[in-house]
Design a protein around this ligand. Structure first.
Ligand SMILES: [Zn+2]
Length: 228
């Protein structure tokens, strides 16, 4: 249903290695002035780190929120400038969507993002090429919370997330774009972090996959506290 793909398929990553007990939380479609802070607070209580795939035009509206995400130890990543569906735009515009968001985030943070995720998870060659040329790795996911639409209530989200396995890259949303329900995500998140703690699964940054992923069971500095 919601699990997919090998660890790395050609030029994109779907999961981390499962040798160590790490999982990788990702939040898409922010920053959102209401729900991003709420989710940051919940993550901080559990010393959990996540990657936020931000929409460039919203990042420029809320630059202090972008800085807060980074200052609290999370990764800020590229989710295009305006979240257009990759299949509905020209190749030229598709490339611009990647590069404009990258430039906007670099302006705010002082460095370019290192990861890119296409809107709706729809792969488009020109976007992938542009991301690669900017030095950004394309990151998909292996487990989706489906925190949108009629099945995106907190109870169902929580139920889906209980399928989590070592190495999963988990798709969640902190932005209100379209049918997203980040208020439900926020409700489900505390319980999910507790579940991860009970199963000794540590939420880590994507860097871990690249820095340590080849080393089996290497202990890292991914702190993980029992959520309050
Ligand atoms: Zn998105």
């Amino acid at each position: 249903m919601i699990r997919q793909g090998p660890v790395i398929d050609r030029d994109r990553v779907y999961r981390g290695p499962d040798e160590a007990g790490h999982v990788f939380l990702t939040f898409d479609d922010g920053p959102d002035p209401c729900f991003t802070p709420r989710i940051l607070d919940i993550l901080a209580q559990a010393s959990a780190y996540a990657t936020f795939f931000l929409v460039g035009e919203d990042a420029t509206r809320f630059p202090s929120l972008v800085r807060r995400i980074a200052q609290e130890g999370h990764e800020v990543a590229n989710h295009t400038w305006s979240h257009c569906h990759p299949w509905t735009i020209s190749s030229r515009v598709a490339r611009q969507e990647v590069s404009s968001a990258s430039a906007a985030l670099a302006d705010i943070l002082g460095h370019s993002p290192r990861y890119f995720r296409p809107p709706h998870g729809r792969l488009r060659r020109s976007m992938m090429d542009q991301a690669r040329e900017l030095g950004q790795t394309v990151v998909m996911w292996s487990l989706s919370a489906v925190d949108w639409g009629p099945w995106g209530g907190a109870v169902r989200i929580g139920r889906r997330l209980r399928f989590v396995q070592r190495g999963d890259i988990i798709l969640l949303h902190d932005g209100r774009r379209r049918y997203n329900r980040p208020w439900e995500t926020a409700i489900a998140l505390t319980g999910f972090l507790l579940h991860l703690y009970d199963r000794n699964l540590k939420p880590c940054l994507l860097d871990w996959i690249y820095k340590y992923g080849g080393l089996i069971a290497r202990d890292t500095d991914c702190a993980h506290r029992k959520p309050r």
